[in-house]
Structure formats: structure tokens, C-alpha cells
Design a protein around this ligand. Structure first.
Ligand code: ADP
Ligand code: MG
Length: 480
């Protein structure tokens, strides 16, 4: 009782702070940092709270995924709250200019059409405008950019649409919008691709901008060398004229104190002068290991966007796009097979496709078939299989959710049993090369049930960060 009375008196900001800490535990750090942290509470008026959201896109996402929950929690804390109003408030630019027409139609497509082929932005048309890698900015500082890594070549799906939209926005804005833009994901999911794409696009719009792209390792190397030759002034000088600084894979900076300090200094002075900074890492700023707290909080103070593991539809889209670029006809059965088997990252997926294509070309353009693909990738797939078995998956998933394997195989439909069962089916599909009927048999179900489970879990992973985290943990345990 007393607590409620106190709560009613605290400011909107305090209430929001409390709501945030609850939401954070519910949705997990990743989803929280991407979607909820950027929100700022406004005022409470006649029972309506206004909350500012940086972009229209984010607003739609937050409304679709989190508004009910926010409302419920807030109501509990403060029963006067009847409504929540999300307002797009971009402090830098008119929010009307947030998205280009292409983005807008793309986002509309994404939200309105479930048909998978509409999820992709295909872009074979514009590839290879630039025939070779090019270095921008200071030659000794920047490293060459891959001409294939453009926005046109980036296939957009549910798992990366936010990072894509953020990258596009940064590339197209005349003014600095989010600073820094912090991209993070596991390996091979498109961070470097997006960074290069931003550089290509900025350069196209304004060739005079001085863009420097380098890896954190290169930054460290340069700095250590400058230290050795007692030439740190020249090192600092190099960054003074940079308009856009991109540093890839900053997790590698962990533990190197003097380099971090120098980076922090460079970072701050560029931000103060209104230059754009774009950073990538394999973890969110808060989770970076061996990075000083003040640097972490600086890294996280712009826009943090993560790329989730791929889903089946995106993998199909990427395969089709890649095959089209290479002028190769890829039968549907083959792309489905590849997309099902190779889910870890896009680099591996592309590698497998290249192997299949190379094989077919070596055998004087032998047609690509499912049998041939299975044969060519036998070793690769077998090594995936060795990682785990369906029995082991059932055992680990059951343990994780505190049910028995018997229950998992039973006909019980209670959510507490059905959900783990679906997750186990999903993981069996992902981590073994067993067919749907084979997996079904292990659960005493038919293949359509397995197919449904796989789809369901893919959907849930997008919506429910804590479930996604559970699945991810299990996957890691099983892949050992
Ligand atoms: P990361 O930097 O996150 O490790 P990369 O950007 O190097 O990953 O991507 C690995 C490979 O996958 C690259 O060849 C890249 O072009 C490709 N790739 C990643 N995401 C996409 C995407 N959405 N569409 C097309 N290709 C992609
Ligand atoms: Mg990379």
C-alpha cells in the first residue's frame, strides 16, 4: 500500500526507470538495448503517457511487440495510466525524412505481406558498378572496401531489417543522426557488409567526404607503432580531418588499455565535432569484455542495432540473390536444402553454395541437383551431424525445461511440455541432417507437426527475446 502511494508521487522518469529494469529482465539485454533503451518518456496528461521514439520504424516495432506489456506494467505501478502514446521524435531532422521511398515501401512490404519472397530486397541490378576494391580517405589509415558489400547486395529480412534501416539512415542523412551507430551480431551475419555499404553510399552522394574504415586491430597496430616511434601527435593528426570513422570488431580492443584510452580520446573529439562514427562488435556495448566502463557507455549512447541469427526465409533470399549474381540456376530443392542445413551464418552458407557451383562448373557445367549438392557437401554436413543427435537434443532440451524425455515424446499438449517439444524439433532440424519424417518419428509425430514446430519456433524467436535466448543457449550447449 505504502509503496503504491510513494510510486504515484515519483516522476515519470523514475517510473520509467523502474519499468525499464523490469522489461530488461523480461526481454533480455539484446532486445532491450535495441528497442526499449532508446525510448524516452515525456509527460503524463489525463492518464496518457507520451513516450518518444527516435524513428517511425522503431515506433511500429515497439507498438507491435512491447506496447501491451509496457502498458500493463505501467498500470500496475500507476493505476491512473490509461493510455500510452508513442511519438516519433527525431531531434536532428524532420521525421518525415526518416526513410526514403524505397525504405518505406520495403518496410510496408515487410509488415503487411507474409509471403517470404516479398521480404527481400533483391538487388542484382546494381552490383559490380565498382570493379575493384577501393580505399577511401587517408590511404595509410583506411583499408580497402569490398565492392560487393553494397546496400543493393544486402538481402533484407526480419532478422536484419532494423540494422539495415539504421545503416541506411546514417548513410543517407546529411546531418549526423545517431552517433555512434553501434552494430553488433555473431560472426558472418553482415556487420562488415553494412559498414562498407554505408561507406559506398556516402561516397556516392558526396565524394569529398573523408571516410575512414578500419578494423579495431588495425587501429591498435597503428597506435602501438606510433607509440614506438614516439609519433603519437602524427597519429592523432590523421584523424582530425575524418568525416566518418568506422571501426570494425571493437571487441578485439578488449584489455589493451593505452589503445582504448587513445580510441576514447579520438572518439570523443570526433563526436564533439559532429563527425559520424560507426562501430561494430560481436556483443552489445554493455557486454563487451575488457572494455572500460566509460568507453562502453559512450559506445552505447547513440543507436545500438543488432543483427539476429538468420531465419530460413532470409537464407533462401540470400542464396537466390547470390545465385542470380553468379548467373547460376539454383533449383528450389537445392536452395531449401542448403538453407535448412546451414543455419549458423551467412559466410558458411555462401561457402557451401560456392562449393556446389564450383563443382558443377568443373564437371563441365553439370546441372546442379539435390543429389549432387548432398554429395559435394557430404563432409561438411557430416561434421555438423557429428555435433549432435536427436536423442541428445531431446535430453538436453528436456533437462533445460525441467521435464522428462518421456513427457516430451508424449501426447500431452500443455504449453509447458508442448513448447519444449517444439524447440527440440526445431533444434533437431537445425542441428542434424535428419529429414522431417525421421525427426517426427523420434517424437511420435508426423512430419507436418515437425514442420509446424519449426515455423512456430522461428516466429517465436523473433517475438520473444527470452525464448530466443533459451534456444540460443541450447544450441550452443548442443554444438559444444
Ligand atoms: P560479419 O562482419 O558480421 O562477420 P560479414 O559482413 O563479413 O559478417 O558477412 C559475411 C558474408 O555474408 C559476406 O560475404 C556478406 O556479403 C554476406 N552477407 C551477410 N549478410 C548478408 C545479407 N543480408 N545479404 C547478402 N549477403 C550477406
Ligand atoms: Mg566483420
Amino acid at each position: 500500500m505504502a509503496e503504491e502511494a510513494v510510486n504515484r508521487d515519483v516522476t515519470v522518469h523514475d517510473q520509467w526507470g523502474q519499468i525499464c529494469s523490469q522489461l530488461k529482465t523480461e526481454v533480455g539485454d539484446t532486445a532491450f538495448d535495441s528497442w526499449l533503451k532508446p525510448l524516452t518518456p515525456g509527460t503524463i496528461n489525463n492518464g496518457t503517457v507520451s513516450i518518444c521514439v527516435p524513428t517511425r520504424f522503431m515506433k511500429n516495432w515497439v507498438i507491435a511487440h512491447y506496447s501491451d506489456r509496457i502498458h500493463k506494467i505501467w498500470e500496475k505501478k500507476n493505476p491512473d495510466i490509461k493510455n500510452i502514446n508513442f511519438i516519433v521524435q527525431n531531434t536532428i531532422e524532420d521525421s518525415k525524412n526518416l526513410y526514403t521511398p524505397t525504405d518505406r515501401s520495403l518496410l510496408k512490404k515487410i509488415s503487411s505481406t507474409p509471403a517470404p519472397q516479398n521480404l527481400y530486397q533483391s538487388g542484382a541490378a546494381n552490383i559490380l558498378n565498382n570493379s575493384e576494391a577501393q580505399t577511401f580517405g587517408d590511404q595509410s589509415l583506411s583499408v580497402p572496401l569490398n565492392p560487393q558489400f553494397t546496400f543493393d547486395n544486402f538481402v533484407v529480412g526480419k532478422t536484419n531489417e532494423f540494422a539495415y534501416a539504421a545503416a541506411k539512415k546514417v548513410a543517407e542523412s546529411r546531418n549526423v543522426s545517431f552517433n555512434p551507430l553501434f552494430l553488433y551480431s555473431g560472426v558472418g551475419l553482415g556487420k562488415t557488409h553494412l559498414m562498407h555499404a554505408i561507406a559506398w553510399q556516402i561516397k556516392k552522394q558526396d565524394p569529398s567526404r573523408n571516410i575512414v574504415y578500419l578494423s579495431a586491430e588495425k587501429f591498435m597496430y597503428k597506435f602501438v607503432r606510433a607509440l614506438r616511434y614516439k609519433d603519437t601527435t602524427a597519429f592523432k593528426e590523421q584523424f582530425r580531418s575524418v568525416d566518418v570513422l568506422m571501426v570494425d570488431d571493437v571487441q578485439f580492443m578488449g584489455g589493451k588499455d593505452t589503445t582504448q584510452e587513445e580510441f576514447f580520446y579520438t572518439f570523443n573529439s570526433l563526436i564533439e565535432e559532429g563527425r559520424q562514427i560507426i562501430i561494430s562488435a560481436d556483443k552489445s556495448p554493455a557486454d563487451l569484455e575488457g572494455i572500460e566502463t566509460r568507453l562502453k557507455s559512450r559506445l552505447g549512447c547513440g543507436l545500438v542495432a543488432d543483427i539476429h541469427p538468420t531465419d530460413f526465409d532470409l537464407r533462401i533470399g540470400i542464396l537466390e540473390n547470390k545465385a542470380r549474381q553468379l548467373g547460376v540456376e539454383l533449383p528450389t530443392r537445392v536452395s531449401e536444402f542448403l538453407a535448412q542445413k546451414i543455419s549458423s551464418n551467412i559466410r558458411e552458407l555462401e561457402g557451401a553454395l560456392r562449393r556446389v557451383i564450383a563443382h558443377s562448373q568443373l564437371l563441365s557445367n553439370k546441372e546442379i541437383s539435390l543429389e549432387m549438392t548432398q554429395d559435394v557437401l557430404k563432409d561438411m554436413l557430416r561434421s555438423f551431424d557429428r555435433r549432435t543427435t536427436i536423442d541428445e537434443i531431446q535430453k538436453k532440451v528436456a533437462e533445460h525445461f525441467n521435464i522428462s524425455v518421456k513427457e516430451m515424446q508424449s501426447s500431452r499438449r500443455a504449453r509447458t511440455v508442448a513448447r519444449p517439444r517444439q524447440i527440440a524439433m526445431y533444434l533437431a532440424k537445425q542441428l542434424t541432417s535428419r529429414s522431417l519424417p525421421e525427426i517426427g518419428r523420434k517424437f511420435d509425430r508426423d512430419h507436418t507437426t515437425v514442420m509446424h514446430a519449426v515455423r512456430k519456433v522461428e516466429e517465436l524467436i523473433m517475438e520473444d527475446a527470452s525464448l530466443a535466448e533459451n534456444v540460443d543457449t541450447l544450441r550452443r550447449v548442443l554444438e559444444g
